[in-house]
Design a protein around this ligand. Sequence first.
Ligand SMILES: C[S@@+](CC[C@H](N)C(=O)[O-])C[C@H]1O[C@@H](n2cnc3c(N)ncnc32)[C@H](O)[C@@H]1O
Length: 271
Amino acid sequence: MKDEACICFLQWALPHLHMRWQGFRKVRGQVCKRLGRRLKELQLPDLKSYRMYLQDTPLEWHMLDSLCRITISRFYRDQGVYHSLYLKVFPELIAVARQKDDKILSCWCIGAASGEEPYSINLLWELAGLKKYGTALRILATEVDQDMIIRARQGCYPASSIRELPAKIKARAFDSKGAQFCLKERYRRRVQFLQQDIRNEQPGETFHLILCRNLVFTYFSQTLQEEIARQIMQRLKPGGFLVIGSHEKLPGSIVGMAPCLQGKQIFRKKA
Ligand SMILES: C[S@@+](CC[C@H](N)C(=O)[O-])C[C@H]1O[C@@H](n2cnc3c(N)ncnc32)[C@H](O)[C@@H]1O
């Protein structure tokens, strides 16, 4: 399939799915490959015919939506975020929790892929000395794709997924199995995975820390970003922190959040 044909198709189709082309520009290869496979399955000659097929077969839009999921992730992605979490965010949350005699901090990772991000938070907590303060951390990881959740629960990754992890953590937390590195069970059990589509489901509780990186504020349309950002805000406790991706921006319409660390990547909700 020609790149120009795929670009033209995505520029037409993504707005129908409330997504935006700008987010896909650099990573379109993954989606174009899947589109090529889908054409073969349907025995269609090209994307023009797939466009007609979509117009005649409304259910196919659900399939296209799933083909447009970008699943790239890795442990300690944007290491600076983890340094800020370690040096500033968690110490502040722990201090406030101790004042209030709260025993548990809660964290929600949205679009958790195969577990790289929630497990990174757990490793930071378990192996960087944060748990000595006597507060516990509960991590909820939500993800729309059931296959990704299955992989997350298995917890085995190629070397490229753990290349940014500090060597000490890598050595303590993983067992090597052939070409794979498998996270030890004791570092997996505290992370709870739940299948949820952030566009229409969110957890019922509130959180001290929410990570929403490289999903909503990259791939979704402006209107959808604003809607979801408001819902995320409602699930953040006063004084809680929100982390977004390094190339992302919070919609301007969101008030009550002050950027506090990592440029404009970590926000704190007014207490
Ligand atoms: C690019 S990955 C980002 C993973 C991780 N947050 C990070 O920054 O490394 C985006 C993940 O979000 C998931 N996703 C896509 N659409 C979603 C939706 N509507 N609700 C929940 N998860 C979604 C994808 O399946 C994918 O695993």
